[in-house]
Design a protein around this ligand. Structure first.
Ligand code: PAF
Length: 292
């Protein structure tokens, strides 16, 4: 399906378009633009869920989720290409507001407190990041009132937190996590991959190799899985590891003894040059006795 989406840049325009939209469940994919095949897959997932209902995407580089020294100013802004992708994916409404439109009174005084899961992993190096993410997502949900919203599993901690927010604050929206889309060599698609030079781009593939090594060895337990992943990561000197952890699917700590068949998640973050990359995969754990 290819159609030109209607562009709304103000809250008032968005409200009018939503009021005039086709009946049916409203699907939403919030983004920061610089759209790629990963976003296209989120849009397809949303479309599958809502049938002929209106599909809305937002394109907004949210200053509230960037810390000092992060890439807010250089974050890629590619609205024309983004609109082409939205047309190809059958998006009905693109909401691309200015910062003033989203935060009319300046930075908001009331924000979403994301709770303890925001303090670990990404939250440790990016204080305030998830407060910014949840605040803008809550505001966007308030404006669009979607029935279904789709987020990528690549930003796994973000997905877990948004799910929790929707549940804890009774937002009445179904949160769907869509599988990570990868390049042929396993690198997870990300708007930040464009910062990598050719050598760094090759080095970055070690993240997915490490996660797959863990996945392949998960039947031997957490310790073996982590050892295998670390060994793989050590083969790339360009890659500076920030964290490599195995958690339960909600990012909680696993108990010391887990029954075979326990579902878990392995997450990695590393800096390649000045670019910080993250990735994760599901694991099914076996016994943790270190024996193979
Ligand atoms: O994942 C993103 O692109 C952003 O964090 C989001 C969810 C659109 C909020 O700004």
């Amino acid at each position: 399906m290819s159609q030109t989406p209607v562009l709304a840049s103000s809250r008032a325009e968005l409200a009018t378009l939503l009021a005039d939209a086709r009946p049916g469940p409203v699907g939403m994919v919030p983004t920061m633009g610089a759209l790629h095949d990963g976003h296209a897959s989120l849009l397809r997932t949303a479309r599958d869920r809502i049938g002929d209902g209106p599909l809305v995407t937002s394109i907004f580089v949210n200053p509230l989720q960037f810390g000092a020294g992060e890439d807010l100013d250089r974050y890629p802004r590619t609205l024309d290409d983004d609109l082409d992708l939205c047309a190809r994916e059958g998006v009905d409404i693109v909401f691309a507001p200015s910062v003033d439109e989203v935060y009319p009174g300046g930075p908001p005084q009331v924000t979403v407190h994301p709770g303890p899961v925001a303090e670990i992993l990404e939250g440790k190096t990016r204080p305030g990041h998830f407060r910014g993410v949840l605040t803008v997502v809550a505001k966007l949900f308030g404006l669009v009132r979607p029935d279904v919203a789709v987020f990528g599993q690549k930003d796994y901690q973000q997905l877990v937190l948004i799910r929790r927010m929707a549940l804890d604050l009774n937002m009445g929206v179904e949160i769907v996590g869509a599988e990570t889309v990868r390049e042929e060599d396993g690198l997870a698609l990300s708007s930040r991959n464009r910062y990598l030079d050719p050598e760094q781009r090759v080095a970055a593939t070690v993240l997915n190799r490490a996660l797959r090594a863990a996945q392949e060895n998960a039947s031997y337990g957490v310790d073996v899985a982590l050892d295998e992943a670390r060994a793989e990561l050590r083969t790339e000197h360009e890659v500076n590891l920030d964290y490599l952890v195995v958690t339960d699917p909600d990012l909680g700590e696993l108990p010391e003894e887990v029954p075979p068949g326990t579902e878990a998640r392995i997450l990695v973050a590393a800096r390649v040059g000045t670019t910080r990359l993250i990735d994760n995969l599901p694991l099914v754990l076996g016994r943790n006795d270190g024996e193979r």
